[in-house]
Ligand binder design. Structure first.
Ligand code: SF4
Ligand code: SF4
Length: 384
């Protein structure tokens, strides 16, 4: 089958942080040292070659960029300093923008002006919403649920969740379409007549169902992160887990459990909701601070080059958590006005972080990586 060539792809890669691919002379050292690369899915050399040849339709069908967990071993051994680990990172950004049918992701990754403006516009809309529609600001006591009733916040949260899920899942569907593109070739010997089945991308739906545990396992543990032989990877994996579990805990509490989480009375220190809040705060604050200081000091290979969108995600997440802590202290110190103002500021940071990062930017890999591992397992079982 013929492939379309995109001659501008290498120029474009500079925007995504993968411009060093041009130095690669295809020796294959990187693939030899990569502990995650296998005979059936070798990387990173293969996809770097696709990139150099401008084969963007081959790239969109390639699961490999999502199988790399960026330990940096390949970059340390590359004789041409082509930084293959960072090229894989850049490819993930590029693919994220190809899957996104709205084009927002591409703008976000390729224009710093758009990135800053998008965050500011969403923050401003949240601020204006509070300015015009907030409830009474009682000053004799802290009444957050009068100022911003949790029933109203809950409705807005559910609307936001539905919109974000729609964008994220439709982009994930395009990823699946690309990765499963060749599935029908792998299963040409399947005995269709004996087993009439509902097919998705040429694979019986029952196989997707049977392998779904693979998705759950990788989504919640990211255990492949820890499979690299590189020792520093364990630290990065734990850090990643802290951010992911903290983020997911706070997301579930705020979006689905706001009526229990946002209360006017201070909960007992032994209340599980308060405990979960403390865990999420510690996990995110520690994880993001570690990732940011690592990127400033450039101590390990994955932190040596940082795209502006990585900074945006880390800074927004850190500020969201820090402003959450300030709300907590303002409440403990019984300062009503400070509580209301910091609450608005907190949402002006948290909402852009969710609206932009979850369906269009950094957060997407949280879904795309386990999804690709799951689809690979589905393909393998179908082929067997
Ligand atoms: S990226 Fe470096 S190590 Fe890998 S094939 Fe190219 S030149 Fe060789
Ligand atoms: S960064 Fe690590 S996991 Fe990724 S391709 Fe290089 S050696 Fe393999």
């Amino acid at each position: 089958m013929s492939s379309k060539v995109n001659p501008d792809i290498m120029k474009l890669m500079g925007e995504y942080g993968a411009d060093t691919a041009v130095s690669c002379f295809n020796c294959g050292n990187c693939t030899a040292v990569c502990s995650l690369s296998t005979e059936n899915t070798p990387f990173p050399r293969k996809v770097i070659r696709y990139l150099q040849l401008g084969l963007s339709d081959k790239l969109i069908q390639s699961p490999e960029p999502w199988l790399c967990y960026y330990c940096g071993d390949c970059s340390d051994t590359c004789p041409r300093e082509a930084d293959p680990g960072e090229v894989m990172m850049g490819l993930r950004r590029y693919l994220t923008s190809l899957y996104d049918w709205t084009g927002i992701s591409k703008l976000f990754y390729t224009s710093k002006v758009f990135e800053v403006m998008a965050i500011l516009v969403v923050a401003l809309l949240v601020g204006l919403g509070f300015f015009f529609f907030h409830g009474p600001m009682l000053t004799d006591r802290i009444a957050l649920n009068v100022f911003a009733p949790n029933t109203t916040i809950e409705i807005l949260d559910l609307i936001m969740l539905s919109v974000l899920s729609f964008f994220l899942l439709s982009n994930a569907f395009r990823l699946a379409q690309g990765v499963m593109g060749g599935a029908s070739n792998h299963i040409k010997n399947y005995k269709w007549q004996k087993c009439p089945a509902v097919l998705i991308f040429g694979v019986p739906v029952t196989i997707y169902y049977k392998e779904f545990k693979e998705f759950i396992l990788h989504f919640f543990t990211q255990k492949r992160f820890n499979s690299c032989e590189n020792k520093q990877q364990r630290v990065l994996w734990i850090n990643h887990l802290l951010i992911m579990t903290g983020y997911s805990t706070i997301f579930l509490m705020v979006v689905l459990g706001i009526r229990w989480f946002q209360r006017d009375e201070i909960l007992s220190i032994f209340n599980p909701i308060r405990f979960l809040g403390y865990y999420a705060t510690f996990a995110i604050l520690y994880g993001t601070t570690h990732a940011m200081t690592g990127r400033i000091k450039k101590t390990v290979r994955p932190y040596m080059r940082t795209h502006s969108t990585d900074w945006a995600f880390l800074i927004l997440l850190w500020l969201t958590t820090f402003s959450g802590i300030l709300i907590h202290f303002a409440r403990l110190l019984e300062m009503p006005l400070a509580t209301y103002y910091i609450y608005v500021l907190h949402l002006m940071i948290a909402v852009p972080m969710l609206v932009i990062e979850v369906p269009f930017a950094k957060w997407t890999h949280q879904l795309y990586r386990p999804l690709v591992l799951y689809l690979m397992k589905v393909k393998k079982r179908a082929a067997a």
